[in-house]
Design a protein around this ligand. Sequence first.
Ligand SMILES: *[C@@H]1O[C@H](CO)[C@@H](O)[C@H](O)[C@H]1NC(C)=O
Ligand SMILES: *[C@@H]1O[C@H](CO)[C@@H](O)[C@H](O)[C@H]1NC(C)=O
Ligand SMILES: *[C@@H]1O[C@H](CO)[C@@H](O)[C@H](O)[C@H]1NC(C)=O
Ligand SMILES: *[C@@H]1O[C@H](CO)[C@@H](O)[C@H](O)[C@H]1NC(C)=O
Ligand SMILES: *[C@@H]1O[C@H](CO)[C@@H](O)[C@H](O)[C@H]1NC(C)=O
Ligand SMILES: *[C@@H]1O[C@H](CO)[C@@H](O)[C@H](O)[C@H]1NC(C)=O
Ligand SMILES: *[C@@H]1O[C@H](CO)[C@@H](O)[C@H](O)[C@H]1NC(C)=O
Ligand SMILES: *[C@@H]1O[C@H](CO)[C@@H](O)[C@H](O)[C@H]1NC(C)=O
Ligand SMILES: *[C@@H]1O[C@H](CO)[C@@H](O)[C@H](O)[C@H]1NC(C)=O
Length: 897
Amino acid sequence: MEAACRVTVVVLGTLAVLIHLVQAQDQQGFISLDCGLPAEELSSPYDEPSTGLRFSSDAAYIQSGQTGSIQPNRESQYLKPYRRLRYFPNGSRNCYNLNVEKGSKYLVRAFFVYENYDGLNIKPKFDLYLGPNLWSTIDFQEPEEDVRRVEMLHIPTSNSLQICLVKNGTTTPLISTLEIRPVKTTIYETVSGSLNLYLRTFFNKSDTYIRYPSDRYDRVWTSYSSYFRNEWIQIFTTLQVEVNNLENYYDPPNAALTSAATPTNSNLPLMINWTSSNVDNQYYFYTHFAEIQELQTNDTREFSIVWNGEVLRRQFIPPKFSAFSLYRSSPSTCEGGKCSLQLIRTNTSTLPPLINALEVYTVIHFSQSETNENDVVSVQNIKTSYRISKNSWQGDPCVPQQLMWEGLNCRITDKSTPPRITYLNLSSSGLTGTIADYIQNLTQLETLDLSNNNLTGEVPEFLGNMKSLVFINLSRNDLSGLIPQALLRKGLLDPQGNPRLCLSDSCLPPKSKPFPVAIVASLASVAIILVVLVLAFVLKKKKRSILGALQRPPSISSAVNVTNANPPVSPIQMNKKRFTYSEVINMTNNFQRVVGEGGFGIVYHGTLNVYEQVAVKLLSQSSTQGYKQFKAEVDLLMRVHHTNLVNLVGYCKEGDKLALIYEYVPNGDLRHHLSGKGGRSIINWGIRLRIALEAALGLEYLHIGCIPAMVHRDVKTTNILLDEQFKARLADFGLSRSFPVGGESHVSTMIAGTPGYLDPQYYRTSRLTEKSDVYSFGIVLLEMITNQPVIDQSREKSHITQWVEFELISGDIRTIMDPNLQGDYDSHSVWRVLELAMSCTNPSSTKRPSMSQVVVELNECLASENSRRNMRRGRMESHSPAKVSMLIDTGMFPVAR
Ligand SMILES: *[C@@H]1O[C@H](CO)[C@@H](O)[C@H](O)[C@H]1NC(C)=O
Ligand SMILES: *[C@@H]1O[C@H](CO)[C@@H](O)[C@H](O)[C@H]1NC(C)=O
Ligand SMILES: *[C@@H]1O[C@H](CO)[C@@H](O)[C@H](O)[C@H]1NC(C)=O
Ligand SMILES: *[C@@H]1O[C@H](CO)[C@@H](O)[C@H](O)[C@H]1NC(C)=O
Ligand SMILES: *[C@@H]1O[C@H](CO)[C@@H](O)[C@H](O)[C@H]1NC(C)=O
Ligand SMILES: *[C@@H]1O[C@H](CO)[C@@H](O)[C@H](O)[C@H]1NC(C)=O
Ligand SMILES: *[C@@H]1O[C@H](CO)[C@@H](O)[C@H](O)[C@H]1NC(C)=O
Ligand SMILES: *[C@@H]1O[C@H](CO)[C@@H](O)[C@H](O)[C@H]1NC(C)=O
Ligand SMILES: *[C@@H]1O[C@H](CO)[C@@H](O)[C@H](O)[C@H]1NC(C)=O
């Protein structure tokens, strides 16, 4: 029913008949924002004369946007609040943040007027979101009107209501007014969901409207005038129609009830029909009736009320000069989108049916939960206290995912679970002051990076007590004082670049001594030496990140390799490699936190000393039986160091208690990320290529960089871990010489490796070689391309190599690509990687490439992918996005080859 749109123009128009100002009711709880009104203007707030509504500037509720006015020659057509506007040329999402009461019901309304304020005469189209959920698309292109209105009845789930204008395309979003009205919770109840206004009308011939103060809730009622031409005639009374508040909570305004429509042919039903383009719409409707004629004693008005063929009332008699509101308490759809409300005169009635007013709403489900309210409050407080003015920091912090705040990451499980903030990176954000207390209320935070700011004061105690926190970077600030014990115990802190920060009492000012003296002084001062060593090391390797430097240097030729005959290990850990079992217990805080489960036992989080987190793998008894060469083998493994390997830093062998102590790699494994559970960060093709290359480098190092050469034996996506920078680190290598390996290994000790990844030649030769690793690596590549399970019995071709070959018969690479990539890749580079993967998985090991050849090939693929991305970025700048997407869709889409 287009009438709903058309009549809104009238609502704003000063030409409309003004309703007499009834005695002003109070506007308790109303929020009436004149968007674009300067805050400092003397006339804010002001009372709009025809309604008495008190409008104020929107400036306090939004931090972005620019202000404008409609063309002066159009001003006379609009009431004052609708003449100004706020528009948003910058940022993809701009949000109003309004204080409301959680659990109360509100009428939420926004008006949009495009009267060529910018002189460009480009009709805008954009999306309106309520928190993380799409509410409506505001499209001025169709139909040809200058005004849009959206309105709903909604119960907020938190104390803040965020109304966001989201750019979708190139046009600039704008808004004219925002109007929030509290409404009794007992009216307009739904089974579920909120109500989006479809139509609110009263039956009067004149082109007019009713709102506050006639309507205490400021519902806007527009007259349904166009239908009176033929089908209907109007009846009208000058008498008051009584609304008994106790019986009729809907409280329709008297002015909407004093007129009514009846059918012109008094024998025919009165019909209101409309067709909706969305056949799935669920409707609620509210009809308001009152008898407004003085009836003779021999007269009756009686009719049945029929909705989509369902009889709601068989014999309804409207009460005399008193309002009766009738509605259906559950929603209904209209078959084929065709809805009809019919009022059919009964046999005994002497008068035709009538109707005074009608409201129709559609159900709108806001299915995406807002981010956990405590997290939102905390991060808002953090934003305020540090005066962070990042453009993306508006609206819900986590969702929709593509609009997530910059520097945040969240755990987003399903739509009904409130997302949680797990990652906060405010590195290099110009922060000053102390570390904000609000951080401790982000209770699920795992990573906190506040490095490279100007933070002062002490490191707060609470950081050590935050249970989920596994990574903190406070480097390059100006923090001072003692590092809290709890934090030291967890070993989370990187005190780098905070010269006034102390590890122990001994260095507290004022009498801190020069280092050479301190060395002799106490055990505690060993820590200081270590800091100095770290610093020296960092200075030597300026280009590497502080984080990288704290981990083991990547190659044997690095610094610090002076006193130790062994390959250089982390400077803080120069001597110690063998640990006692009680030290292992200490280090893992009595095996408190499990971080994974590998082939031979459970992996625990641990802390080696002040700086270093470790992963401690406690080998299960069954797997260690008869493991005679443990020490020899571990010694060998400890010599292996490469930036793409998870390096072994120590071990424990005490009786039958065996444990391996590895570097801790915080960001989970590749399988986890491919599954989509690891957040959006590594999904794209370029990053996958880089990870593949890094894993290949690690493997190449094992094959040719180690003497004797080492076979990994269990290459698979769950053994490719990702560190802070999402750099690939191969785990669990070389251990399988005496053990069976892999998830199902204890089932059959005869077969090493993981099913699906295992070199088929192994079954014949029972020997694993470097080429067996190449085979497994090929499977990993296939997984990265397709994101398919390696073995899936429900597929026609259960093994991934067979499946890929089978699917590729058509020659169209899109049939096998991971849909999460959304077509964003260069088909040439994918084909190359695919061919590489297929040659790696060649059944005959001699036909497989070496890892060095794999590295060369991946390197070239990555380079071409990077140049494609750069090119596209360049193109983005010179064309409109619409053109760009066309180019990509047609020109660059992979086709048969
Ligand atoms: C916003 O956009 C306008 C015009 O496009 C530009 O002049 C202004 O600098 C931008 N502001 C910000 C904060 O990006
Ligand atoms: C933009 O609009 C298109 C089509 O109307 C829609 O499919 C898409 O989801 C919208 N994007 C966003 C971010 O809302
Ligand atoms: C409805 O119509 C009557 C007569 O047609 C008119 O006098 C009255 O003002 C109208 N009501 C409203 C609320 O405009
Ligand atoms: C009702 O009575 C009036 C006179 O009192 C008469 O004019 C009218 O026709 C009657 N109507 C019906 C339906 O009988
Ligand atoms: C309205 O809908 C009813 C029921 O579907 C139908 O019988 C009637 O003809 C329709 N009237 C109009 C004017 O379309
Ligand atoms: C109308 O009257 C006829 C006969 O007088 C009867 O058969 C029919 O059921 C009545 N209909 C209704 C809706 O009352
Ligand atoms: C934080 O962001 C900076 C730059 O944006 C990046 O270099 C750094 O690695 C990030 N920190 C973490 C822990 O991801
Ligand atoms: C943390 O949250 C609790 C309640 O959830 C609140 O009482 C406390 O004030 C908050 N603390 C900070 C520092 O925001
Ligand atoms: C810290 O503040 C000083 C001046 O007060 C400024 O020169 C310096 O760049 C700031 N450092 C950072 C990392 O923001």
